[in-house]
Ligand binder design. Structure first.
Ligand code: ATP
Ligand code: PRP
Length: 219
């Protein structure tokens, strides 16, 4: 395709990207929350948006099925970033990757005693690397969501998940005990597309950069 294909996920990434797209002169003609379409046309004949799962955005861009995408740093850490150029921190969808445990679990003591911990998460690579760096032995349990439930029903001692307001942890009597990394969404660009389509892509990337900077300054 000679035009530009942008991969986005529904929900918070799409919502927070709408102003950035508008700043680049791009307006989707359908709302992904109400439409079942996976390819959205825009006001620009040369730009289309594809709607994919948040964790699939890097894959679509890596293989060139999309030229650009917006993905959380959490997802990019798991993906590894192969084939992707990551020119911009868009400062949207901000949260923190944390280790959390039940409020009645003495995490510091367990670590001091060299206990083997059961850790439930969808972020396997991030969790593995974090605990390896601390010298803590873990058994990893892969989940696809609702990580906060795992310590409550005895599936795990700890979880690794993103935390924003902390409301989900509080509602489930969990506490954050360690921050692994600050998280925000990044613009990702297919490396080959950047070379071959630079004239089309660079103005969009530049507009995103200005809009992200202005949006961040306003917050
Ligand atoms: P999937 O649909 O593939 O399971 P998901 O449910 O994690 O993915 P979203 O909830 O739309 O997808 O989250 C998209 C991105 O937003 C995440 O990758 C993360 O970077 C960020 N994010 C997740 N939760 C929050 C939150 N509570 N506050 C702010 N940003 C968040
Ligand atoms: C994310 C994350 C946490 C929650 C944290 O879930 O998995 O459960 O947000 O946010 P908080 O600290 O503000 O409570 P999300 O709301 O995206 O639900 P989902 O992953 O099931 O879509």
């Amino acid at each position: 395709m000679s035009g530009i294909t942008i991969a986005l996920s529904k929900g918070r990434i799409f919502e927070e990207t709408v102003p950035l797209l508008a700043a680049a002169g791009i307006v989707a003609t359908d709302d992904p929350e109400t439409s079942r379409k996976l390819i959205l046309a825009t006001n620009r004949a040369d730009v289309r948006i594809v709607i994919v799962r948040a964790s699939d955005v890097p894959t679509y861009v890596q293989y060139g099925a999309a030229d650009l995408g917006i993905a959380g740093k959490d997802i990019l850490l798991e993906h590894g970033g192969a084939g992707l150029y990551q020119p911009l921190d868009l400062q949207i969808a901000r949260c923190r990757m944390m280790v959390a445990v039940r409020a009645d679990f003495d995490y510091a003591l367990a670590v001091r005693q060299g206990a083997r911990l059961r850790v439930a998460t969808k972020y396997l690579k991030t969790a593995r690397e974090h605990f390896a760096a601390k010298g803590v032995h873990i058994d990893l349990i892969k989940l696809y969501g609702s990580m906060e439930l795992a310590p409550l029903v005895g599936l795990a001692d700890a979880i690794v998940d993103v935390v924003s307001s902390g409301n989900t942890l509080r509602a489930n009597q969990l506490v954050a005990v360690e921050e692994i990394a600050p998280i925000s969404a990044r613009l990702v660009v297919n490396q080959a597309a950047l070379k071959l389509k630079r004239r089309a892509l660079q103005p969009v990337i530049d507009a995103f950069a200005v809009a992200a900077e202005q949006g961040h300054a306003r917050r």
